[in-house]
Design a protein around this ligand. Sequence first.
Ligand SMILES: [Zn+2]
Length: 465
Amino acid sequence: MKLMKKKLRLMVVIMSVMMISLIVYGAVSLGASGNRWFSSSVNTALRKVKSDVIPGRIYDRDNVPIAFNNDQGERLYHPDELTRRSLAHAVGTKSGLVKNGAETFFSYLLYAYDAGYFTRLSAALTGNLRHGHNLRLSLSSRLSRYVIDHFPSDKSGAVVVMNYRTGEVLVLSSFPNFDPNNQKGVASDPKKPYINNATQWRSAPGSTFKVITLAAAIKNIPDALNHTYTCNGALEVGDITITDAGMASHGEITLQKALTVSCNIAFAQLALELGDEKLRETAQAFGLDDHILFSDLVVENSIYPKRNRTAREIAWTGPGQSALAVTPLQMCMVAAAIANDGEMMEPKLLLQAVDNSRVGKAQMSANVYKTPLTKPEADLLTQAMREVVKSGTGRRAAVPGLPIAGKTGSSQIDGQEKTNAWFIGFIDDKTLPYAVCVVVNDAGEGSRQAAPIAAKIFEFLNQNR
Ligand SMILES: [Zn+2]
């Protein structure tokens, strides 16, 4: 009998542990991906709720209304067309044309899905529509509109601007864009202007990736920046020959100088010296290969290649080619982590949600997402990137009086005549803590096509501080 009791008690303990872990698992997974579930189109409860709720308004960080219902119940966006276009991908549309824009991703707030029983009952009895919660996003409608003025109108690409201390996203713009007040024909446009190139599009980042290769060197090679290589203008690895832009030949070159002038040959040699594992470790420390589940944004995972890691592919990874597949948002976060003493903040879009009586429903809190670098490592990379803008390929990103750090990239894409132009960088001043990523596709060199756009953005941020 005693034995029986003991066994029974053990069973109860085991069952309780199983129950508790199930509950905890459920709570954690709902917490992590609740937005995804609420915004999913298979959620029929939400579809029902949509018909008896007036969705909340969406404001930008300066309280400018950017999405709102008119008296006829139509959903409208900012009155200026270019401003609407600049925000179209981040804000999204009520129709869900943009996957995971704020309009759909935050629908559980916009439609006040958390309303209590009595609120719903009194609305049902009186026949009045309920009000959803109003959102204030971290986006700057003025800066987003300004970016449109400086991005070549015939090119595709993306621009991301983040506060590197808090993770607040000020600009998340994609090109080509569309007018959310007039969506006719957009869904069938072969250019797919509804795709968000900042978060849903991935590509080799070209030489902007050299900051990650250099980070791996700083972690693994003593006095890495003074480590020297020989650049003869061509490096044969397997069946390919790696060359430099403009068929340059740099001779004996330190890693610092190799970053400044963007020498592919030194970085290919460095990649071979470090080996695939060390490169991969550092890339993963910066968030590549993660299964990203941010609270405010849906982002494609960025990838460090796994298969076919031959010497030729490893060498080609050093200067940011091979099968690397990275989003512009991820590369902005890489620059932001270097700027922020090695701490990578989770990107945030929602500053605040309040209900119709101004009672708070959600509030932004800054989260460290990863810590890819120690402060001394981040300081070394910052100095190296400042030199790029001071005397190297990033000179066109310079703004007089501002301490700008950055790296250019020109990634080669099969089937394209010109390279994709990239620039990542930041203002090395914690009182003006902004990082950017600019990508202009099929445009040529990052130094000529992307860096000047970044300079314009830095200027704006300085003038509007
Ligand atoms: Zn070289």
